[in-house]
Design a protein around this ligand. Structure first.
Ligand SMILES: Nc1nc2c(ncn2[C@@H]2O[C@H](COP(=O)(O)OP(=O)(O)OP(=O)(O)O)[C@@H](O)[C@H]2O)c(=O)[nH]1
Ligand SMILES: [Mg+2]
Length: 156
């Protein structure tokens, strides 16, 4: 799997998406420091919201193959400046979360991510895992066996 770093404001859904990608039970956990998992780097929203901590995020992008910018469909404004994706020397993808929230405005979130420079945009509801397999496929590398492809009768 390609390694992805998840960046976005607090409550954007980085940790929930991490849990969904890892096939874990979803439970609320406030991120207080950067968490490195084997293929996912989950960052605290405060890093994206604070100027001097924001610079540290640039360093974490160097540890990943892909940069994932998260915007939840209910965010009233966007933190990512126009064309900020051009600052990264990695591929930058957008991820819209909370797509089924009653207040969701998916087009608005998508527009902000496009303005930030994301060409590829995923739509996920991490709670129901909708859109998570598509992100999995995108991160897949040759030889990777996806969880749904495993033969349950064969020990791994
Ligand atoms: N229904 C739904 N709820 C979500 C989704 N993503 C996140 N949530 C909920 O939104 C809240 C915040 O999600 P987190 O994943 O903790 O947000 P975060 O971006 O990690 O926040 P920080 O750790 O503060 O940076 C939690 O209550 C989640 O259950 C989603 O795609 N769908
Ligand atoms: Mg978190």
């Amino acid at each position: 799997m390609k390694k992805i770093v998840l960046i976005g404001r607090s409550e954007a859904g980085k940790t929930t998406l991490t849990q969904a990608l890892k096939g874990q039970k979803i439970h609320y956990h406030k991120t207080q420091y950067v968490n490195h998992f084997d293929v996912i780097v989950d960052t605290p929203g405060e890093y994206a919201q604070t100027k001097h901590l924001g610079n540290a995020l640039a360093l974490y992008t160097y540890e990943a193959d892909i940069v994932g910018l998260l915007v939840s469909a209910i965010e009233p404004y966007c933190l990512f400046p126009p064309c900020c994706a051009a600052m990264a020397n990695r591929e930058v993808v957008g991820i819209v979360t909370k797509i089924h929230h009653p207040m969701a405005n998916i087009r608005r979130a998508e527009g902000w991510l496009k303005l930030a420079g994301c060409r590829k945009i995923f739509h996920v509801d991490s709670a129901s895992h909708e859109g998570v397999p598509e992100l999995f496929e995108y991160l897949r590398e040759e030889g990777d066996v996806m969880p749904w492809e495993r033969n349950p009768t064969k020990p791994t």
